[in-house]
Design a binder for this molecule. Structure first.
Ligand SMILES: Nc1nc2c(c(=O)[nH]1)N[C@H]1C(S)=C(S)[C@@H](COP(=O)(O)O)O[C@H]1N2
Ligand SMILES: [Mo]
Length: 390
């Protein structure tokens, strides 16, 4: 359909992507397969749940969340890439080449879940503005890199250090070179966890350009907005980092529950840290048809921010009864966990499968959308799929 004129272009609502384009003809999504485009300026795209069935999320199926314009291929040449570590609480600021990072520090490979803080936003009512993520803004690739703690320690961390902040090579949507698209960070304690990585490879290959090639931060368990892509500089701060999208209402939720639609003053908002427990049904595909006789294996993943998933429960009768699924241990801390359950259906007809994970502290996913907040963060309501048994 390339080259065709959109006849009623003047009537096309702003922000609506023509279906033909949304069906992945978008050049920035080369190498991504079956992702649904939520917006292309900047590019934001998520896979449907059934494409997230792999234990290790393939590059082709990892969501893309851009706040600005990504750097070009030429600008991300690994041979020319440098990372600067400085900030008020850095004792010996230094600039590293990628080769120096790779040879000076031990290299680790870890499966680390990243989930956008706004995953599930589409369900909030009154609706929240922003990308209308359904369930696919999450993935668990295997990341290879050096530990952020090793790199920061080699530059000397002052006792005054409280937070880190990242700066990436992407550009603000306005094109203004003095503004950042996003510049977030984490507490020093989170930054120094052994699983916080400066990653230069994903699934044994180059990180896809859209996901942060040639260097990105991965601080799993917190909203993925803290995992800076195309990272050029990390500041060790003596205060909570105040970069773009750290202030105002960004990535903050009310400190106490509020009536949906309430305007909450900034002083009553808190920065989101660990993400809540959540799960996905990745097989079978929602809407699929299956014969009555065979037990049908339902499966998916579950994850729980900074902690582990303890139990996963499945219901095929709208939550009246629940069966406990088998649950694997995470491959390493912060990797999502595989759950499986063979299910026998009593008769033919329409069913829904619902999945509900519970974390190690006994906190469960809610059945309905939890804690309304104006930006639409942290919807960890149970995932539901439709099944036809015939
Ligand atoms: N430099 C930079 N880093 C970034 C972003 C960005 O726009 N620019 N987006 C953040 C957000 S909000 C999310 S959810 C994740 C998305 O990572 P992904 O696109 O690799 O899935 O990257 C984070 N890191
Ligand atoms: Mo995000």
């Amino acid at each position: 359909m390339q080259g065709l004129r959109i006849v009623f272009q003047d009537r096309l609502p702003p922000g609506l992507i023509p279906v033909a384009l949304a069906q992945s003809q978008v050049p920035e999504l080369a190498g991504k397969e079956g992702l649904i485009v939520l917006g292309d300026r900047p590019m934001n795209a998520e896979p449907p749940a059934h494409l997230l069935d792999d234990d290790i999320t393939p590059a082709t199926r990892l969501f893309v969340r851009n706040n600005g314009h990504p750097p070009s291929v030429e600008e991300t040449d690994p041979a020319k890439w440098t990372l600067r570590i400085d900030g008020e609480s850095c004792l010996r600021p230094r600039t590293f080449t990628l080769a120096q990072l790779q040879s000076e520090f031990p290299v680790h490979s870890l499966r680390l879940t990243i989930e956008c803080g706004g995953n599930g936003r589409a369900e909030f009512n009154p609706p929240a503005t922003g990308n209308q993520w359904t369930v696919g803004a999450v993935g668990c690739p295997e990341w290879t890199g050096v530990s952020l703690a090793d790199v920061m320690n080699s530059c000397g961390i002052s006792p005054t250090a409280k937070y880190i902040g990242y700066y990436g090579a992407d550009r603000h949507l306005t094109g203004n070179p003095d503004r950042q698209a996003i510049s977030r960070g984490v507490s020093i304690a989170k930054a120094l966890e052994p699983e916080s990585l400066l990653a230069f490879r994903m699934n044994g290959a180059d990180i896809p350009l859209q996901n942060g090639h040639p260097l990105r931060l991965v601080c799993s368990g917190w909203p993925a907005s803290v995992s800076g892509k195309w990272v050029k500089r990390i500041v060790i701060r003596d205060r909570i980092h105040d970069g773009e999208k750290m202030t105002g209402a960004s990535y903050k939720i009310p400190k106490f529950p509020v009536q949906p639609g309430t305007e909450v003053p900034e002083t009553d908002l808190a920065i989101i840290e660990a993400m809540p427990v959540k799960s996905l049904i990745t097989a079978p595909r929602s809407g699929s048809e299956h014969p009555l006789k065979t037990p049908l294996e339902l499966r998916g993943h579950a994850w729980a921010g900074d902690t582990k998933v303890a139990d996963v429960w499945v219901s095929i009768d709208f939550g009246v009864t629940w069966q406990r699924a088998s649950l694997s241990s995470p491959a390493n801390r912060f990797a999502w966990q595989r759950w499986r359950l063979p299910v026998t259906f009593p008769t033919t007809g329409y069913y829904e499968a619902w999945v509900r994970a519970v974390d190690g502290l006994g906190r469960s996913q809610p059945m309905v959308v939890p804690g309304w907040n104006s930006q639409g963060y942290l919807n960890n309501a149970c995932h539901r799929i439709a099944l036809q048994i015939s």
